[in-house]
Write a protein that binds this ligand. Structure first.
Ligand SMILES: [Fe+2]
Length: 157
């Protein structure tokens, strides 16, 4: 890995890019998983949650591109196959079956909490590596997950 072209010291960056690849894998699994919820949600909240989930997976699609391009900017290759994503991800897939609004919101809440924790872990690694670009990227994601989790809490109240 040569980061000289962006004037970054190599130290600590391998940990950052390794973790970013796991984050990318989590986003990719989440992208499909949220589609699953978007398709299989049933009940009186169908119309509302069907479109809320669409907003979520559109956001995830944008974020996964940003993460992959950050990995490339840091001189590494992003994982780029479903096979690798399933292997690297800690977010678990779910079967395709009818799901209630409560159940689907609980699943999304738990997964977004995991993404929030993962974002904070990567931010710390990036700070140690003096990688301000990744710190910044993660700070944006953290604020977004925090806001989304507030909205989910309000929905469930
Ligand atoms: Fe759709």
């Amino acid at each position: 890995m040569n980061k000289n072209y962006i004037l970054l010291n190599n130290e600590g960056l391998e940990k950052v890019t390794g973790e970013l690849n796991k984050y990318l894998a989590n986003l990719s699994v989440l992208y499909i998983k949220i589609h699953n919820l978007h398709w299989n949600i049933e009940g009186p909240a169908f119309f509302q949650l069907h479109s809320v989930f669409e907003g979520y997976y559109d956001d995830v699609a944008e974020d996964l591109d940003s993460v992959a391009e950050r990995i490339l900017t840091l001189g590494c290759r992003p994982a780029a196959s479903l096979k690798e994503y399933v292997k690297l991800a800690s977010i678990e897939e779910i079967d395709s079956k009818a799901i209630s609004s409560n159940e689907s919101i609980d699943i999304i809440q738990k997964d977004f909490m995991s993404m929030l924790e993962h974002s904070r872990r990567i931010l710390e690694l990036a700070e140690e590596a003096k990688d301000q670009g990744t710190v910044d990227l993660m700070a944006g994601f953290i604020a977004k997950y925090e806001k989304t989790l507030w909205m989910i809490k309000a929905y469930k109240a």
